[in-house]
Design a protein around this ligand. Structure first.
Ligand code: CA
Length: 221
């Protein structure tokens, strides 16, 4: 035993999944359909992460959720299923094609009325919400979109979530590339800048979980 987080070998990972993940059938079906799209399906979060995000909905007592980057709707559906009646997810994405898949599954799951899709550049959607007085109005937020805009999304969401609200951020370890100084790809550089930005930000309490591709949990103080 060591105080260090353990390395997830394939058998340990399989054990973790077999002993914790209870993926609802509708989410498993959405996963299968998204995988049939080919390589782009890598943009979908894993079932253990979806389940953690649903748990975060419960832990924060969330009624108002917002996500930036919806893709085929897995994370929005996982969170919507965990919301109490009357709860809402605002789902922001630039793609009508991908989100149309999500809409079908949101309807099949019976929670389509809980998810409000906003197709368009998310910065415009977030600025519109701030201008409309929605600040402090959300309990939980999720960022999983274009990496160069992560800091821009975060700064707006920090205004939109209430004090005590939580912002979740996907891909912050970027397959480990953030820790490889020889990797100077634009997305890697952007994620390093984002991680540095949060590390120095005393407006939040912070944890970076080695879940999926690295998931940051930031709680607004
Ligand atoms: Ca992602």
């Amino acid at each position: 035993m060591s105080p260090r987080t353990i390395t997830l070998t394939d058998p340990v990972y399989d054990y973790l999944i077999a002993h914790s993940v209870r993926e609802p059938a509708v989410l498993a079906e959405l996963r299968r359909e998204t995988q049939s799209l080919g390589g782009v399906s890598r943009m979908q979060i894993g079932p253990e992460q979806g389940q953690f995000m649903a748990l975060m909905v419960e832990l924060t007592g969330a009624r108002r959720v917002i996500e930036v980057g919806t893709f085929t709707g897995y994370s929005a559906l996982a969170m919507a299923l965990a919301l109490p009646p009357g709860g809402r997810v605002i789902a922001c994405d630039v793609s009508r094609e991908w989100t149309a898949i999500g809409r079908r599954f949101w309807q099949a799951a019976g929670v389509a009325e809980r998810i409000e899709l906003r197709v368009g550049p998310a910065l415009e959607t977030l600025d519109g919400l701030i201008e409309a007085g929605a600040g402090d109005g959300f309990d939980l937020a999720f960022i999983d979109a274009d990496k160069p805009n992560y800091i821009n999304y975060y700064e707006r969401l920090l205004l939109l979530v209430r004090p005590g609200g939580v912002i979740l951020v996907d891909n912050v370890l970027w397959s480990g590339a953030v820790a490889d100084p020889s990797n100077q790809e634009p997305d890697t550089v952007a994620l390093r800048a984002f991680n540095d930005h949060l590390m120095a930000d005393d407006r939040i309490s912070l944890s970076l979980l080695p879940l999926g591709d690295g998931l940051t949990v930031a709680r607004r103080r």
